[in-house]
Design a binder for this molecule. Structure first.
Ligand SMILES: NC(=O)c1ccc[n+]([C@@H]2O[C@H](COP(=O)([O-])OP(=O)(O)OC[C@H]3O[C@@H](n4cnc5c(N)ncnc54)[C@H](OP(=O)(O)O)[C@@H]3O)[C@@H](O)[C@H]2O)c1
Length: 269
């Protein structure tokens, strides 16, 4: 596939990942939530059919993991049914769909998860994202479902920014040391998405390399951090303990520490 010559639509263009995708696909038609609400089936289908793209990239989601526990209907509408409507539209016009899912579709009890492992989500966000995956697979043959984890990037509220802010506000910042994952830089992920867009349909696991706990991640960002357990820091949504995505299908991206260094340098300039 010659990426430059294909017509691309990016949905969720105003989000953290969406903004970086727009930079690597500068000719794409960019749709923010104001321009397309993916919970509205008729509008989704009409809009996509009218634009007539070759590829639709969906970066829209309801990403507040704790908020999903209190707003189940909204979570399933945006993360479950919405991707299904996009897939329907893509199927009608023969377009490919690229969609982002999450490590939180797994329960975190197994160790590393490959693309073939069966999801078993333990919170509403994970359940709604898993529903989105199934709706796409039911409606469309030509899809890339890219599972990603622990995103940080220049265009959204993220863990790195939260740590930097808390470090200024508090003497010591407590961060959980019993949940593990793979931090992933949205700039790297957006570039990788462009690189792999022509590969065959299926589920892919794409993250920066390296596994750490939230505490270990925080320790690379700030100095005044101490470890704690999840029990000391209760949240609305249960989190998987070890939701580590294993990539068995594409070439690896660089280590998250290297990506984090670039991010920290960039935000200063
Ligand atoms: N962030 C992470 O750590 C992480 C981890 C794993 C997977 N993911 C997945 O990665 C993708 C991108 O995440 P992100 O962190 O970039 O999310 P984000 O910054 O929260 O962006 C999501 C975007 O979706 C939009 N949106 C929400 N509801 C919508 C609707 N009904 N119709 C159209 N647009 C809607 C939001 O608009 P408003 O701002 O107006 O609400 C926002 O611009 C998502 O699929 C997410 O599930 C993220």
């Amino acid at each position: 596939m010659v990426v430059g010559s294909i017509k691309t639509v990016i949905i969720g263009a105003g989000g953290m990942l969406g903004t970086d995708l727009c930079k690597v696909f500068p000719n794409a038609v960019q749709l923010t939530r104001k321009e397309l609400d993916i919970t509205k089936r008729d509008e989704v289908i009409q809009k996509i059919e009218k634009i007539g793209p070759d590829v639709v990239i969906n970066a829209a989601a309801y990403t507040d993991v704790d908020g999903c526990e209190d707003n189940e209907d909204l979570a399933f509408a945006v993360n479950g049914y919405g991707p299904g409507y996009i897939a329907e539209a893509c199927s009608n016009i023969g377009a490919k769909m690229v969609h982002f899912s999450t490590d939180y579709v797994f329960d975190g009890s197994k160790g590393e998860y490959s693309e073939e492992d069966e999801p078993d989500p333990i919170n509403v966000y994970g359940k709604s994202k898993f529903m989105g995956e199934r709706k796409i697979i039911e409606n469309l043959n030509d899809y890339l479902i890219i599972r990603i984890s622990w995103l940080f990037g220049p265009n959204g509220n993220n863990f790195v920014e939260n740590m930097l802010r808390l470090s200024e506000e508090m003497d010591t910042v407590k961060v959980v040391n019993d949940q593990f994952g793979k931090p992933t830089y949205t700039v790297d992920l957006a570039r990788k998405t462009k690189e792999i867009i022509g590969i065959g349909p299926g589920i892919y696991h794409i993250t920066n390399e390296g596994v750490c706990s939230w505490y270990e991640f925080a320790s690379e960002i700030i100095d005044n951090v101490v470890p704690c357990t999840s029990g000391e820091f209760p949240r609305r949504a249960k989190r998987p303990e070890y939701s580590v995505l294993k990539n068995t299908k594409t070439s690896p991206m660089r280590h998250w520490k290297e990506a984090l260094n670039d991010y920290l340098k960039e935000r200063k300039t």
